[in-house]
Design a protein around this ligand. Structure first.
Ligand code: DGL
Length: 277
């Protein structure tokens, strides 16, 4: 691999601010890499769209990143990973990584009862992508999925710590527990990159319902798997310099910075607006 290619940035995209949870984990794991984040905030949420629309949106985001000469792309979005990973890997000449396989592996590793819950967007749950990924690793695992379509707007609005969020989280978790029909669900995948923003609230609510589950957040698992893949492909920068991070959004940069600031180690700065057609 010639040096100039190694020195290219890594592209990361999501429909909105949620993918910042993945970007943050990637930044912690790879301090020397340059990162370009694209939040398609004008078209969020993806999670209620048809598979065709999700593939079209994801392809247009990936194209923007490829035009900026990235060396790899991380789909920091479960919905787009569930529906568009194969299409993007076929369409583009750079390696494209999704979040579902790493999160599934993490869940199977930590679960003792092999009874795993997954919460995500409507499109992610409907795709059954998690069930397939988990059962490919452990065919005897039981998977219970629940769509939580109100979580993404709560996070995008910066309402993660309000009483409204408290009520909504409780209602969804009660529904999820009812689904498992008495089986001991000991692991819960936060199958949407917006959900780690609600992690403490989910944890508190589970405790108040007397349920104890390990929460698997795809951000850490994805960052770890990305490091391994880039290392294997000799794509990691060889430098002691800190990498830069650039942010692109398709709607209001200020709203994005304000919401993203509350849950990142380094708040997003230099956020620019781009149009995607
Ligand atoms: N954060 C994304 C995910 O992981 C998408 C949420 C949405 O746009 O509906 O699924």
């Amino acid at each position: 691999m010639e040096e100039s290619k190694i020195d290219r940035p890594i592209g990361v995209f999501d429909s909105g601010v949620g993918g910042l949870t993945v970007l943050d984990a990637v930044r912690q794991a790879l301090p020397h890499e340059d990162l370009v984040y694209l939040g398609d905030t004008a078209r969020v949420p993806y999670g209620n769209r048809t598979p065709q629309t999700i593939v079209r949106y994801a392809t247009s985001c990936a194209r923007q990143l490829v035009n900026r000469h990235v060396k790899a792309i991380v789909i920091a979005c479960n919905t787009a990973s569930a529906h568009a990973l194969d299409a993007l890997n076929e369409a583009f000449d750079v390696p494209v990584f999704g979040v579902i396989e790493p999160a599934s592996r993490m869940a199977v590793d930590v679960s003792k009862s092999k009874c795993i819950g997954i919460i995500g967007t409507r499109a992610t749950i409907a795709s059954q992508a998690y069930t397939r990924a988990i059962q490919a690793i452990d065919p005897n695992a039981h998977v219970y999925g629940l769509a939580c379509p109100l979580f993404v707007p709560l996070v995008e609005e910066g309402w993660a710590e309000t009483d409204v969020a408290r009520l909504v989280v409780r209602k969804y978790l009660e529904d999820l527990i009812a689904l498992s029909n008495g089986h001991e669900m000991d692991t819960l995948i936060l199958g949407c990159t917006h959900y780690p923003v609600l992690k403490s609230l989910i944890q508190e609510t589970l405790a108040s319902l007397d349920r104890h589950m390990v929460l698997c957040d795809c951000a850490q698992a994805t960052a770890k798997s990305l490091v391994e893949h880039l290392k294997d492909r000799h794509l990691l920068r060889q430098t002691s310099e800190s990498g830069w991070s650039d942010y692109l959004v398709t709607d209001d940069p200020q709203q994005f910075s304000a919401v993203g600031r509350s849950f990142m180690h380094e708040p997003p700065v230099n956020v620019s607006h781009i149009d995607i057609v």
